[in-house]
Design a protein around this ligand. Structure first.
Ligand code: BT5
Length: 246
């Protein structure tokens, strides 16, 4: 069933947070980055029911069909020293919200994909907006599949929706409220890196990242992945999203 939000239901449930609701937009991250220039309070959020140009990392596309997912972009103002943790906070918040929804097999794939039953249920796209050397703020974009139907698409074997994993219907507004609360909670914590690392499924696995194949040996506090290739070389790979817009 397609169930759309309304500005009224969102404002009522998420008050006193500043909310911009769009039935359809290109990318909520673009909307939030434009809004950031007007200096809205931290925690302000853009929510869309459908994205026509949803973005992943490195120019990849993100699928958000109408009323079947969460597409949110939260405005945050971390200090420069914690900019690299924004993506971790996004992934940890999705893990918290998915667990609250009753899902058990929930983990993180480097850098910030949330896997449920081993498949991608959510993606995170943090983007900083700069004024010269000074960060105006960060937009934390989060896409969560609630009841997206991937059958017959190229994502059929890699993606999953929370309802499919749960085996019953879920309330999209409840998950949204839990997700935003979890972003606030994780933003206030000092153990973000340790929590993120402990939920990572990637360590010890053989993976391919940006054309390099090797064993994921470690991650560091900046969120970078240390990959050991077959010839014994160790490569440090950064997710690279946060500097976008600089
Ligand atoms: C991500 O990129 O996983 C970040 C996705 C962030 C989406 C949110 S929605 C709200 C905000 N507004 C935006 O425009 N973006 C953010 P990446 O790691 O590059 O993964 C992209 C890849 O995931 C694609 O190339 C597909 O293979 C796959 N994919 C696309 N849509 C998917 C979906 N709905 N579920 C699972 N996998 C998907």
């Amino acid at each position: 069933m397609t169930e759309l939000f309304t500005a009224h239901t969102l404002a009522a449930r998420l008050s006193p947070r500043a909310v911009r609701y769009l039935p359809q937009t290109g990318s909520t991250n673009d909307d939030a980055r434009a809004w950031l220039r007007a200096r809205p309070p931290a925690g302000s959020v853009v929510i869309a029911d459908e994205q026509t140009g949803g973005r992943g990392r490195l120019g990849r596309a993100w699928r958000t069909p109408a009323g079947a997912a969460l597409a949110v972009s939260i405005i945050l103002r971390p200090g420069v020293e914690s900019l690299h943790q924004v993506g971790m906070i996004g992934a940890l918040a999705v893990v918290s919200a998915a667990r609250r929804a009753g899902l058990e097999d929930v983990g993180i794939k480097w850098p910030n994909d949330v896997l449920v039953n081993g498949r991608k249920a959510a993606g995170v796209l943090p983007e900083a907006e700069w004024n010269g050397d000074h960060p105006l703020g960060v937009v934390l974009g989060i896409g969560v599949n609630i009841r997206v139907d991937f059958s017959g698409t190229e994502l059929e074997s890699t993606a999953i929706s929370l309802e499919t994993a749960a085996g019953h219907s879920l309330n999209r507004l409840d998950i949204l409220a839990d997700l935003l609360q979890a972003v606030d909670d994780w933003s206030a914590r000092v153990d973000v890196f340790d929590a993120w690392k402990s939920r990572l499924r990637t360590l010890g696995q053989t993976v391919t990242v940006t054309n390099l194949r090797g064993v994921a040996e470690a991650v560091d506090e900046q969120g970078a992945l240390w990959l050991r290739t077959a010839n014994g070389e160790l490569h440090r790979i950064i997710a690279g999203d946060i500097a976008l817009g600089r």
